[in-house]
Design a protein around this ligand. Structure first.
Ligand code: CTP
Length: 404
């Protein structure tokens, strides 16, 4: 299922050069399954035409509160009652100032004021010149609008249409879509700090060779994203993977198991959830060759000795905070067969309240997976789905099991 399936979004455009990005945003929302009703202010029509937005949204655009197409002539009521969310992108400095005072002298502001506040979230994607953005009046308005229940998204940083450089650009359409999807997720981990390990580790043999595994990091990154969507402050400690960082997630890149161990230990003290999805190498080469190992004339294979790596999850699970339940630890087991038996045994061996089993060879690199959740009392299967969907379900299971 698409992330915005069955969601009806009113996309409001106010006057600003970032209106050109609203066209792409409209397409991105529809691609995620949403239906989109565009409402524009008069100023927005100076930057992009209603014709463009109508063609992209496949619906007639509303600009005026006097629009006679609505039989009861109450477009502001009708449009706001249908909406699952009102997303104003771009939101100009002037429009935010207007909202703050509850003014309603055009259709879009009237509709924002008339929306049922507890049912229809209002999300603003500001876009303006950097001086306008940092002006105390704008910053004051952002604080007040947030207190009034609006979700004011971040601004981007970089070159602006006016030729200046700084904060104030509208976020890119894909970023806004991710933030909107997150806004619809229940805030089950609000105020929690979540630490996730993800991906493989790489254990060097010499400067050009090493030992690694097929873990892609996708499940760990999906969990990091789902935990962030659920309102947590999330850090992902990532082995070598080729994945983009989910929005709002702090990422620390590491290479070896020892690096990952160090990165986890220095951060886990503040966490209330630790999810170990990384496929950590069990052994490393005892002596990493400083120079590339060359073949010998006799054809002998190099004599490699191995040392066991620290068991990151095992060590964290033994800590006082984990034992007292202040830190909730979740382990993963990638097995090739007898999943339930091995997952139950691994849960006990690692001393964690929840262990998630999956069939390793079937999931590595794939966008889909199926999970087996094993705790002290039960075994529960989460059937095959895409990793983000599974991650959201896992996050809900974690939230439900947390004591503190
Ligand atoms: N893990 C870890 N540090 C290690 C090894 C594993 O934190 N050095 C974590 C993994 O991230 C995973 C869990 O422990 O959450 C289980 O990993 P796995 O390698 O399957 O467990 P092992 O104890 O190494 O068991 P096996 O004998 O199957 O390799």
């Amino acid at each position: 299922m698409l992330d915005l399936q069955n969601k009806h979004i009113v996309l409001g455009l106010t006057g600003g050069i970032a209106c050109y990005k609203a066209a792409e945003l409209c397409r991105a929302l529809i691609k995620q399954g949403a239906s989109v009703q565009v409402v524009m202010t008069e100023s927005a029509t100076q930057f992009i035409t209603a014709v463009t937005m109508q063609a992209l949204s496949n619906r007639a655009v509303y600009v005026s509160q006097w629009d006679a197409r609505e039989p009861n002539n109450m477009a502001h009521i009708n449009l706001s009652r249908e909406a699952d969310a009102i997303l104003v992108a771009p939101a100009s400095a002037d429009f935010m100032a207007k909202l703050l005072h509850g003014r309603a002298d055009d259709l879009l502001s009237l509709m924002c004021l008339a929306r049922p506040v507890s049912e229809v979230p209002l999300i603003l994607a500001p876009a303006m010149n950097r001086e306008m953005w940092i002006n105390p009046a704008t910053q004051r308005n952002v604080v007040q609008l947030t207190q009034d229940g609006a979700l004011v998204l971040d601004v981007g940083q970089g070159d602006q249409a006016c030729g200046e450089t700084g904060d104030g650009r509208m976020l890119e359409p894909e970023e806004i879509v991710q933030d909107l999807i997150a806004a619809f997720q229940p805030k089950l981990l609000a105020g929690r700090k979540v630490l996730v390990t993800a991906g493989p580790t790489y254990e060097a043999i010499d400067p050009v060779r090493g030992i690694t595994n097929l873990s892609s990091g996708k499940m760990g990154f999906a969990i990091a994203r789902a935990a962030h969507e659920a309102g947590a402050e999330v850090t992902v400690i990532a082995g070598p993977v080729h994945l983009s960082t989910p929005r709002g997630v702090i990422r620390v890149d590491v290479r070896s198991a020892q690096d990952m161990h160090g990165a986890v230990m220095s951060r886990v003290k503040e966490a209330s959830v630790f999810v170990a999805t990384a496929a950590v190498a069990d052994w490393r080469v005892s002596h990493v060759a400083e120079q590339k190992i060359k073949k010998t004339a006799k054809g002998d294979a190099p004599d490699l000795q191995f040392t066991e790596n620290p068991d990151i999850l095992g060590e964290v699970a033994k800590s006082g905070r984990a034992q007292s339940g202040e830190l909730f630890c979740v382990g993963f087991a990638a097995e090739s067969h007898d999943l339930q038996k091995y997952a139950q045994a691994k849960r006990e061996k690692k001393g964690v309240p929840l262990l998630v089993g999956n069939i390793g060879p079937a999931t590595f690199g794939s966008d889909e997976n199926a999970l087996l959740l094993v705790d002290a009392k039960s075994v529960q299967e989460i059937p095959k789905a895409n990793k983000l969907e599974l991650a959201r379900k896992l996050v809900a299971e974690i939230a439900q099991r947390m004591k503190h």
